[in-house]
Design a protein around this ligand. Structure first.
Ligand code: GAP
Length: 464
């Protein structure tokens, strides 16, 4: 439909004079949960897993844009936690470890949530998350809950063809333990001296009693964790340092400071291994909730694994002639959860020249597509130039070529998926060898020679 919404045949596109800005009116209301879920589904960020079979509860697949967003979040984390530092190295350990790992770490005994079942409708709930501990949120019945019992969150399976107690194994519920069991291997080969960190990202699995809120809490998810080993005397300083670093990371990637805060755990909230924890919390549509936890894990894990395995995992400080278990400061983030929060935070609705515009103001490092190349028409000579422009950009950035529909609609689609720049090839391009570059946020349009396009975009997007 042309005209009314301001996205008619060429609405939104105009051959720019010097530099053009549109007047924007921002609607600051935070998006509702449904709005974000609808956008994620409509644009193919996230699909329900096994959708053709009716879906599997709280399991999700990431579509083309979702996988790019998630990959960008993980790359940004890796870059800041490993690549740009000289005191942190990487690791990728197995998801299935020896079961003794989880016994020593305390997960077999203590990684439990309190489970209650409603005697009326038989729905199961996590007792500590109930708004009213006496009322079933599924059927509304009162006083029908069974006594709370400990429910272990680890997924179990069996290694090999016969399922028996002797070959019981677990899917890892956190990536951290692979780091502790490799502490000595990594220290030795990387010739590391305290303080140093080992970082790992990858899938973790928890048989959550009440998964929900879309991809916020799922049974299969991705974590980004780093274990920072230090002398116990320095642990408090490093704890404060990592709390601040991790909080800043979200801000540096463009998160609105009003939507993010730190919260210290109370004594009774602390995990079995921690003496102090601060959560980075995000203002989700349902309220403040956890994005990441930064914990002081003391020497709990190395001590436990030393005792259980019989291998001495103490660190030898040559200068001091001292052998000791280092303390560990652990920033533990969720990659899937962070990607979801960045998506929510980036979502804006505006009115532009009396027409609504939805725009994802994602930091360009996180945006799934960095540049869209759009010929004004499907005429072969324009498409030919478009292909040439696309070929020049493709090795450096994730790009998309879109030739369908009116240009205004194509801009709208790119705004909605957060593409920072649209490059339009128009009829004048054939004469002047220049294209129009439109900035997603300001909607300003610049005329740039094709020969200068990579430099122009490189200045704004980084090297690619
Ligand atoms: N190694 C410590 C640890 O795993 P955690 O607070 O249980 O700590 C760290 O988990 C992060 O992993 C959380 O802050 C959250 O972002 C993410 N996470 C945990 N459980 C999750 C779930 N069921 N679904 C999605 N993300 C989850």
């Amino acid at each position: 439909m042309a005209g009314a919404a301001g996205y008619g045949a060429r609405a939104g596109y105009h051959r720019p004079g010097p530099r053009t800005h549109f007047r924007l009116r921002f609607l600051m209301a935070a998006p509702s949960f449904e709005t974000i879920v609808n956008l994620a589904r409509k644009r193919g960020f996230v699909f329900r897993a096994s959708e053709i079979y009716g879906g599997l509860r709280s399991a999700y697949d990431y579509g083309p844009l979702g996988v790019a967003l998630l990959r960008n979040v993980k790359s940004a984390w890796w870059r800041s936690m490993v690549q740009l530092r000289d005191d942190v190295v990487g690791l990728d350990s197995a998801i299935i470890q020896a079961p003794q790992v989880w016994e020593a770490s305390g997960h077999v005994g203590q990684f439990n949530d309190p489970l209650v079942e409603c005697g009326n409708c038989h729905a199961r709930h996590r007792f500590d998350r109930l708004e009213d501990p006496d009322r079933c949120p599924t059927c509304g019945a009162r006083g029908t809950f069974t006594d709370a019992r400990d429910f272990n969150l680890m997924f179990r399976t069996h290694m090999g063809p016969v399922a028996s107690d002797s070959n019981l194994v677990y899917l890892r519920p956190e990536t951290a333990q692979g780091i502790f069991t490799n502490f000595e291997n990594v220290r030795r080969v990387a010739r590391l001296k305290l303080p140093f960190g080992i970082a790992q990202l990858g899938k973790s699995f928890r048989n959550e009693i009440t998964p929900g809120q879309f991809v916020f809490r799922t049974r299969e998810f991705e974590q980004m964790e780093m274990e920072f080993f230090t002398h116990r005397d320095d642990a408090d300083d490093w704890y404060r340092y990592w709390v601040e670093e991790r909080y800043q990371w979200y801000l540096d990637l463009g998160m609105n400071p009003d939507n993010i805060k730190l919260r210290s755990h109370t004594e009774d909230e602390l995990a079995h291994y921690a003496v102090a924890t601060q959560d980075v919390e995000y203002r989700f549509p349902w309220g403040w909730d956890e994005l990441e936890g930064i914990a002081n894990r003391t020497d709990f894990d190395l001590r436990q694994h030393s005792q259980a395995s019989g291998k001495d995992l103490r660190y030898f400080d040559q200068a001091a002639g001292e052998r000791f278990f280092p303390y560990v400061i652990e920033p533990a983030a969720g990659a899937t959860r962070a990607a979801f929060a960045f998506l929510i935070d980036a979502y804006h609705q505006e009115t532009v020249r009396d027409a609504p515009r939805t725009v994802l103001r994602l930091d360009s490092r996180l945006a799934p597509i960095k540049v869209a190349v759009l010929p004004l028409s499907k005429k072969p000579d324009l498409v030919e130039v478009t292909d040439r422009v696309a070929e020049a950009l493709r090795p450096r950035w994730d790009i998309e070529v879109d030739v369908t529909q009116a240009i205004g609609r194509r801009y709208r689609r790119q705004d909605e998926i957060g593409t920072p720049y649209c490059v339009t090839v128009d009829f004048d391009t054939l004469d002047d060898g220049a294209v129009t570059v439109r900035d997603r946020d300001t909607m300003a349009q610049d005329r740039i020679g094709i020969g200068q396009l990579c430099d122009y975009l490189g200045e704004r997007l980084g090297a690619g």
